[in-house]
Design a binder for this molecule. Structure first.
Ligand code: F6P
Length: 319
């Protein structure tokens, strides 16, 4: 293996830059030539492949986003499109590809390996933490800390005004951002897509607690766990509270990565490069506790993400 390429794909996540840096520096230190692909799989199809050196990754460790940029590429679902991408890599003499992204991006990498023999390694990079095979994905910790910052700020003003704060967070079909931020932010209610809930019952509880003197309430709502406007209306009508909705949106995707994400970025990046150097392909990297491991992509993608029931019950005890 002499030349490898790196791309970031899907939604960006804080820590992607730190991971690109780790991949580039580790590969160069091992004598590899490194290329970056501009704008994910779309850029690969359009042959936007650029040489990288140690200077290309200077001063990026602390930056959110991705210097390689990213794009959603629906055409990559077609095998003919993937052939163009594989041919572009082969024309550059690139034998190994590191893909940093979520499940869709890692599936794209797997197809390149299965169909066209490209050596690929996937690094889980998404704020959603929706990949079952790894404890954490890159960007999740930073996103949760951003949500925590927002909960703290909202709690201040909601308490002053005796209001209910309904905070909608990202996560697609996964409730992890809501669950972790809700527990650590002391939310009274955490609504996630994986667990059914009764909003009328919750609204009645808020009413009863209000009568007992508890007037400031924080509800964290995961995207995918219900319509925020409907929830807001039901809670205000039944409880008689002034409910303020805050949709945090893309603020959760940016910002300087936390220590935990930078550490994960460094370890994932070095592990991915070592796998390629050792001739391993069709692998993903992940973490269990402090251990960094690799796994077959198909096996990794076949695992179904579930909510951490211990954490969910812990939240229930503390709320
Ligand atoms: O996958 C990351 C994520 O931020 C999800 O939480 C969210 O559902 C989605 O991406 C938003 O996508 P876009 O930035 O394309 O609107």
């Amino acid at each position: 293996m002499k030349k490898i390429a790196i791309l970031t794909s899907g939604g960006d996540a804080p820590g992607m830059n730190a991971c690109i840096r780790a991949c580039v520096r580790s590969a160069i230190n091992s004598g590899l030539e490194v290329y970056g692909v501009d704008r994910g799989f779309k850029g690969l199809v359009e042959n936007r492949i650029i040489p990288m050196d140690t200077h290309s990754v200077c001063d990026i460790i602390h930056r959110g986003g991705t210097i390689l940029k990213t794009a959603r590429c629906l055409e990559f679902k077609e095998t003919e499109t993937r052939k163009i991408a594989a041919d572009n890599l082969k024309n550059f003499g690139i034998e190994g590809l590191i893909v940093i992204g979520g499940d869709g991006s890692i599936t794209g990498a797997k197809c390149l390996s299965d169909e066209y023999g490209i050596n690929v390694v996937g690094i889980p990079g998404t704020i959603d933490n929706d990949l079952a095979y790894t404890d954490f994905t890159l960007g999740f910790d930073t996103a949760v800390n951003t949500v925590l910052w927002a909960i703290n700020a909202l709690r201040d003003t909601m308490t002053s005004h005796d209001r209910v704060s309904l905070i909608k967070v990202m996560g697609r079909h996964c409730g992890d951002i809501a669950l972790y931020a809700g527990i650590c932010g002391g939310a009274e209610y955490i609504l996630v897509p994986e667990v059914p809930y009764d909003i009328q019952k919750i609204a009645n509880e808020i009413k009863e607690n209000k009568e007992k003197g508890k007037t400031a309430i924080v509800i964290v709502l995961a995207e995918g766990a219900g319509n925020e406007q409907e929830i807001k209306t039901i809670v205000s009508v039944i409880s008689g509270s002034d409910v303020k909705l805050s949709t945090l949106g893309h603020i959760q995707r940016g910002g300087t990565p936390t220590m935990a994400d930078r550490m994960l970025a460094a370890k994932f990046g070095v592990k991915a490069v070592n796998l390629l150097l050792n001739g391993k392909t069709n692998r993903v990297v992940g973490c269990k506790g402090k251990e960094i491991f690799d796994l077959d992509i198909t096996e990794a993608l076949s695992q179904k993400k579930k909510i951490d029931s211990d954490l969910y019950h812990l939240a229930g005890e503390l709320c």
